[in-house]
Design a protein around this ligand. Structure first.
Ligand code: G3P
Length: 224
């Protein structure tokens, strides 16, 4: 994953149901092409394959349920998201938490499959624990700020700075992202100044009246 980066999690908002996912993905593709900014997208799981095959933007899965293939019903496997075109995975998102043992097993399985891993965490201690498991990235997002109007970089810049420091004390191989409430280029600038290599965001773009305009300003800011 090229950094600094904007990772746009489409979540399961109504705006990205059906064709909405592909429309937003095409906007991301255009903005990436026009600005050169690194944009990674996480479409709804049912749209993953279609989006990955239609646009030239790296696509990550929002989650997976299983990392070994077996006879199960209604689950999403690691091999299936890879086959669908995903090149990375969000693990332990605040809205889809996993246990420690599962997180570690998933990181190991992704490494074997050549998939990039972003482990989401909610605070500094969880970030330390996640970093010790050796993912590619830790994305620290205070849950109470997710989906809100105040960016983590404004509400609590200290927790971002301290997370970067804490992860750095564990390993220099794991890079830090942050997110929650990120809405504009200014928020991203502060996130980078605090030592992260990018942001994980959703509502600021997905729910915007003009997602293209909002994302364009963010992308221009990212590459400046
Ligand atoms: O996955 C990104 C997310 O949890 C942050 O969401 O809406 O606060 O940008 P949002």
């Amino acid at each position: 994953m090229r950094t600094p980066a904007i990772i746009l999690n489409f979540k399961t908002y109504a705006q990205v149901d059906g064709d909405g996912a592909l429309s937003l993905a095409r906007i991301c593709e255009e903005v990436q092409a026009e600005t050169g900014a690194s944009i990674i997208i996480c479409p709804p799981m049912v749209e993953l394959s279609r989006v990955a095959h239609e646009v030239k933007v790296p696509v990550f899965a929002q989650s997976v349920d299983l990392w070994e293939t077996s006879a199960r019903t209604g689950h999403t496997t690691l091999s299936s998201v890879k086959a669908a075109g995903a090149t990375g995975i969000l693990i332990n998102h605040s809205e889809n938490r996993r246990g420690m043992a599962d997180i570690e097993a998933l990181i190991t399985a992704c490494r074997e499959e050549g998939l990039t891993t972003i482990v989401c965490t909610n605070n500094i201690n969880a970030s330390r624990a996640a970093a010790a498991m050796g993912p590619d990235f830790v994305a620290m997002e205070p849950p109470e700020l997710i989906g809100g109007d105040i960016s983590v970089t404004t509400a609590n810049p200290g927790i971002v700075r301290d997370t970067v420091e804490a992860v750095g004390e564990i390993t220099s191989d794991v890079r830090v992202l942050t997110g929650a409430g990120v809405k504009n280029a200014g928020d991203i600038k502060v996130a980078l100044e605090l030592g992260t290599v990018g942001v994980l965001l959703a509502s600021g773009v997905v729910k915007a009246d003009d997602p293209r305009a909002v994302l364009m300003k963010m992308a221009v800011g990212l590459v400046q």
